[in-house]
Design a protein around this ligand. Structure first.
Ligand code: ARG
Ligand code: ZN
Length: 871
């Protein structure tokens, strides 16, 4: 059943101190908690019973109040709650529970990964460890005692500082950790295992030395240098950019192989999915290097935006996630190229978040209700949440934004607060009125902004008329106008940027405030009708509609001073051409087009002044997923055919240019994951991917040769992907040799699993079934499940097979994982939830699978997604 934001009440009880003892063992783990509790004065006078949360996997051994062991008639356990009717106003509650981490397949709470014990408590995992007030507005000072066999668990970690170490009578080791900062239970962490460590030191701006430690299984310790450097860059950046200094004497990161998400910001003890931490040139691609850096930064930044100031309740999740994503995006932009980073982030948002906003699970950045909070760790809360913070930054300007952030941290340090509190701090520090702007938090759906224009030659006035409209989403039939910042520049016919005057301000670039459903803006001082560069830098997460001609788009592509909009223009041009081709394919016509992109690309490939990374991004055709987001209904095979056709057409028309660019951007020397080297590799590899689409024998040889001689995973894997995607005659052989070469490296094997599963072939389903039987596969490991099933989802001929066998197969896996790992099972549902947008023949088959799943005994996680999709 759903819970609602409007029902929020402060907790009736507080826990000032939490003392935990873990007696870790392979068979049973005993957890003893001593909770120093009192009634919450803010709740008002009350005799309400004490209600603690606990999972069905927690066995209660005994409970005592102020050392008086409660007899069974004085408490009751029902529906995952421990209820104690009579309590004093202040008391010590002692609870003894038994858990079995080795049987914990949900990977929430305390579980085993490889040979270690580890935890994941956000959002509601702590209740799978012991009974507790498992809500983020209950903040407590934790002391954690770990007891384990030293031989198997020489490393025993928890939050804060190690304060004591000793032995029990039976010779087990006892380690005590104390974290002085009050925190909610979701930030608790514990790790025990036989781990290797890399040590370093960071000196803060106030000259305190912080000990830095990264722990992994011993065979991976040679792959943490990059993460360590990224951590130090993050610490420095947060001091310089936000004035935030680290607060404990030690900061630890642990890599674990089995993890539901990317990583977790537990106070002083971050835990990472090893796929988001480990990196080496031979085994890691450029994308992953950048992801490692971004996630290390993200989790580190949470120390302030999340931990020092946390969320009042889970509806406020974007308070910490939207803000922290904005912080990590800006960090990455500062470390590399701002425009490249912006293009990557926007492209992701427009593909995946826009699709979520248009689907049955659409929800506001601050949701109003949920059944299972794990389902709301979404692109909307994270990515759209970040766009909201970015818009505040645009509205306030950098300086006032910083003042707002300082006020926020200062005002709310040590508190659990709301998105309203965040906006209030921004408003109070800047004097900018954000009243209407706040609707972004409560209104779901992607706004559509339609722009038309006119020019009055007599007065030199250019007018833009903007109409905004947000489509209905589940539970929100009507929408109010939003405050949308639209950044605009104007170009003349030669592509020169024009200065124009808006409301008395003369500039090359204006932020227009669209606040009504329909609004007009006037630009003065122009001699001819300009070409508008609209929504520069993607200044708001909206769908922009303006009727650009191909000539306009080519002009923007070649000349706009806003790098982001150059990319945007190329995308629009490609989308226009692909849409025409998709329609031909749907009609069963022979595909043909007089492509304007050929001219745009030709110019690009011959312009040496450009950043090769930007050229590579522009050359990448809109993805199958993005084109699916734009389409209603979606014809997957037609989209695939159109993309293949256009890619081949461009490849053949420009084959000499692609070959030349490929050769020009080849590099010798050691691998470096720097922006510059990454840029050359990305352009070289996309050039090769086009060239390989031609009949050229030389290109085919070059693919094999790059695969064999590459000194880094980026180039080797690019060659392998090109071979697979272009149906190279050696594709099978290269896949096999890749596996042989890398079978001892699980993270590389995951890439192999994904690529193998994504192949376009009539026998795709047989292939994916084979992969799930392969010795390299493991159903308990979320990364492997994601690789195989995620890869399969990309295979149009496999997943979208017209007989529905691909959908049935995915549904089988969801049912299989439903109880075992509800979080992962729920995430796997996403492609099926898009059934309403699918072409009719496929739509009914998807719907039938959703109904089949719904008939099962479902976890809350899967139930919420499936039932909402069918509603
Ligand atoms: N707070 C983590 C992060 O964004 C994500 C944890 C998500 N966990 C979950 N069970 N949904 O860095
Ligand atoms: Zn986060």
């Amino acid at each position: 059943s759903a819970i609602f934001l409007k029902d929020y009440k402060v907790p009736p009880f507080l826990i000032d101190k939490t003392e935990l003892t873990f007696d870790l063992d392979e068979a049973t783990t005993i957890v003893t908690s001593r909770l120093h509790m009192r009634r919450n004065p803010a709740f008002g006078k009350s005799t309400a019973p004490l209600v603690l949360d606990g999972g069905e996997d927690v066995k209660l051994i005994g409970v005592a109040m102020d050392d008086y062991a409660l007899p069974p008639e004085e408490y009751r356990v029902s529906e995952n709650k421990l209820i104690i009717t009579a309590t004093a106003d202040e008391f010590l509650l002692t609870c003894e529970t038994l858990i079995e981490p080795q049987n914990n397949t949900r990977l929430e709470g305390l579980y085993r990964s490889s040979s270690m014990f580890c935890t994941q408590c956000e959002a509601e995992g702590f209740r799978h460890i012991t009974y507790y007030l498992d809500r983020p507005d209950v903040m407590s000072v934790f002391t954690t005692t770990i007891i384990a066999d030293e031989a198997r668990y020489p490393v025993m970690l928890s939050n804060g500082n190690e304060v004591e170490r000793g032995k029990t009578d039976e010779g087990k080791t006892v380690v005590v950790w104390h974290d002085p900062f009050p925190k909610p239970a979701y930030l608790f962490a514990l790790v025990a295992g036989d781990l290797a460590v890399k040590n370093d030191v960071f000196t803060t701006q106030s000259k305190r030395d912080v000990k830095l430690q990264i722990f992994t299984e011993s065979h991976n310790i040679d792959k943490v240098d990059y993460a360590m450097e990224a951590l130090k860059r993050s610490m420095r950046w947060d001091e310089e950019t936000y004035g935030r200094e680290y607060d404990l004497d030690i900061f630890m990161i642990v890599a674990v192989d089995d993890f539901n998400m990317g990583a977790m910001e537990n106070k002083g003890l971050n835990i990472f999915n090893s796929s988001c931490l480990l990196a080496s040139p031979e085994t890691t691609t450029d994308d992953t290097y950048l992801r490692v850096e971004a996630i290390v930064a993200h989790e580190y930044f949470h120390n302030w935006s999340g931990n020092r100031v946390t969320c009042r309740d889970w509806f406020q999740l974007s308070l910490k996630e939207g803000f922290t994503v904005f912080r990590d995006q800006t960090f990455s932009a500062d470390m590399h190229s701002e425009t490249v980073k912006r293009v990557e982030d926007v492209s992701f948002l427009k593909t995946a978040q826009f699709a979520e906003d248009a689907g049955p699970m659409a929800h506001p950045v601050r949701p109003a209700s949920f059944i299972e909070i794990s389902n709301f760790y979404t692109l909307t809360v994270y990515e759209k949440g970040s766009e909201i913070v970015r818009m505040i930054h645009t509205l306030l300007g950098a300086e006032k934004f910083r003042a707002g952030s300082d006020l926020y941290f200062d005002r709310h340090d040590g508190q659990a607060v709301t998105c309203d509190d965040f906006v209030a701090a921004m408003q109070d520090a800047s004097g900018v009125d954000l009243t209407q702007f706040k609707r972004w938090y409560s209104q779901a759906g992607t706004p559509i902004v339609k722009v038309t224009d006119s020019f009055d030659a007599a007065t030199g006035t250019y007018r833009l008329t903007m109409v905004q409209d947000t489509p209905a989403t589940p539970g929100q039939p009507t929408k109010l106008p939003l405050h949308i910042p639209v950044r605009v520049g104007l170009l003349d016919e030669q592509g020169s940027v024009l200065t124009a005057e808006v409301n008395g301000v003369s500039a090359e670039d204006h932020v227009l405030h669209l606040t009504s459903s329909e609004q007009e803006f006037e630009f003065h001082g122009l001699s001819a009708k300009p070409v508008p560069s609209l929504l520069r830098g993607f200044s708001a997460p909206v769908k922009l509609r303006y009727d650009y001609s191909s000539t306009d788009l080519l002009l923007l592509l070649s000349s706009d001073s806003d790098g982001f909009n150059r990319w945007s223009a190329s995308q629009q041009l490609a989308v226009n051409e692909l849409t025409a081709l998709i329609n031909q394919a749907i009609e069963g016509q022979e595909l043909s087009i007089d492509s304007q992109l050929v001219h745009g690309f030709k110019a690009l490939l011959n312009d040496e002044s450009l950043d090769p990374a930007m050229v590579a991004l522009i050359l990448a055709l809109p993805s199958q997923a993005y084109l699916s987001e734009l389409a209603t209904p979606i014809y997957p095979a037609a989209i695939k055919q159109a993309r293949q056709y256009l890619k081949a057409l461009l490849a053949n028309a420009l084959s000499a240019d692609f070959e030349r660019v490929y050769r020009e951007h080849k590099m010798d020397g050691d691998y470096q994951p720097t922006a510059e080297d990454i840029a050359h590799r990305s352009l070289k590899n996309i050039a090769l991917s086009y060239w390989a689409e031609t009949e050229s024998e030389l290109a085919q040889q070059e693919v094999v040769s790059q695969f064999k001689t590459a000194n880094n995973m980026t180039d080797q894997f690019a060659a392998l992907s090109i071979a697979v995607n272009s149906q190279h005659e050696k594709a099978e052989a290269l896949l096999a040799s890749f596996y042989e070469q890398w079978k001892a490296e699980p993270l590389v094997v995951n890439k192999w699993l994904m690529l193998s599963a994504s192949q376009e072939q009539e026998t795709a389903l047989t292939t994916v079934k084979g992969l799930m039987e392969h010795p390299a596969f493991d159903l308990k490991n979320p990364n492997k499940v994601r690789s195989v099933l995620g890869g399969f989802g990309q295979s149009v001929s496999g997943f979208h097979h017209e007989n529905g066998s691909g959908y049935a197969f995915l549904a089988d896996q969801i049912i299989l994982l439903n109880k075992r790992n509800p979080q992962i099972a729920s995430r796997l549902c996403t492609p099926l939830t898009r059934w309403k947008k699918m072409q009719p023949e496929l739509s009914v088959k998807m719907k039938a699978e959703l109904e089949r799943i719904l008939a099962e005994d479902l976890s809350k996680d899967v139930y919420e997604v499936i039932s909402k999709s069918l509603a």
